[in-house]
Design a protein around this ligand. Structure first.
Ligand SMILES: Nc1ncnc2c1ncn2[C@@H]1O[C@H](COP(=O)(O)OP(=O)(O)OP(=O)(O)O)[C@@H](O)[C@H]1O
Ligand SMILES: [Mg+2]
Length: 288
């Protein structure tokens, strides 16, 4: 499986065709999923609990093999032998929803070093990568702590550091900030922005519509294992029926924008271009 260079934004990175996944107990978690993800895209995946987001991630990372259908990465099908999976995981990294499924080393430094060491990097390069990611997430103080005794939020931060230190081309973040306080959530969001700027393709599962509205290029909505929407955030969040069907909260910026439009304080240009952040809405109001 070849890798795509960082200057190839827009190139088809992942192609999912007719993907079905059924668990051993008969639960059909994904049904006829068709998706194309381009290099450098910022993708938010939303949908109710149990709709199939985590299952999709685990299929993308080769943990689960599709019951039907196929996944191509950089134009080549995923190979499920040892070598194929090793190569796949150098390209696509996953931060699991539950960090206990990911962390296995005795202490935090060993944990984050493990991936880069396995890539065969020099010891000094590994150390630099670990220090840099610990610094970005402000968790240097956890470096020597046993992973086992970390709090839930701290484990999540180490799980994020684990994958970022590997520098894959695609990172799947399964609800990365769900367990984090607002300070550490912002650090993670900042780090995600840096990753995106460097050309890494980021796919995040999230229930946070405010964040998805502001951050994502595309929002994919999954319900009962099926993709029911893939569009820009304005289109997705302005679709009331879709939001209600998939239990998606209306983003605050949209609530305010709609309220100002209803009261004719601002004109709804109705071209689907509502502001995506409170800052953008404030700018719009200042222009009045
Ligand atoms: N190991 C398993 N065995 C059987 N069914 C499973 C297993 N893991 C998940 N499921 C089922 O598959 C479906 C999809 O689950 P999944 O974890 O992918 O949902 P999700 O969208 O990530 O939900 P959440 O928002 O709660 O994280 C659910 O019905 C779930 O109960
Ligand atoms: Mg999940």
């Amino acid at each position: 499986m070849r890798s795509a260079s960082s200057d190839m934004r827009g190139y088809t990175m992942i192609e999912i065709k007719n993907l079905n996944y059924q668990y051993e107990d008969g639960t059909v978690a994904l049904e006829n999923v068709n998706l194309t993800i381009n290099k450098g895209e910022k993708i938010a995946i939303m949908g109710p609990n149990g709709s199939g987001k985590s299952t999709l991630f685990l299929c993308l990372n080769g943990v689960y093999k599709p019951t039907k259908g196929s996944i191509h990465v950089n134009g080549e099908p995923i190979m499920y032998n040892r070598n194929g999976l090793k190569k796949l995981r150098q390209i696509i990294g996953i931060v699991f929803q539950n960090p206990d499924n990911q962390l296995f080393s005795a202490d935090v430094f060993q944990e984050i070093s493990f991936g880069p060491m396995n890539l065969g990097l020099e010891k000094e390069v590994v150390r630099e990568r670990v220090e840099s990611v610990l610094d970005s997430l402000h968790i240097e103080h956890l470096k020597k702590r046993p992973t086992h005794f970390l709090s839930g939020g701290q484990k999540k931060q180490v799980a994020i550091a684990d994958i970022v230190a590997m520098k894959p081309e695609v990172i799947l973040f399964d609800e990365p900030t769900a367990a984090l306080d607002s300070y550490h959530s912002q650090l993670v969001n900042g780090l995600v922005d840096e990753l995106c700027e460097s050309g890494i393709t980021v796919i995040q599962a999230t229930h946070d519509s405010d964040y998805a509205m502001e951050w994502a290029d595309q929002v994919i909505v999954i319900q009962d294992g099926r993709v029911i929407a893939k569009d820009n955030p304005q289109k997705v969040f302005q679709n009331v029926e879709l939001r209600e069907r998939a239990y998606i909260e209306e983003p605050n910026v949209l609530k305010m924008f709609n309220c100002l439009c209803r009261t004719h304080m601002i004109e709804n240009i109705n071209d689907g271009k509502c502001p995506r952040s409170i800052e953008d809405l404030v700018k719009l109001i200042e222009l009045l």
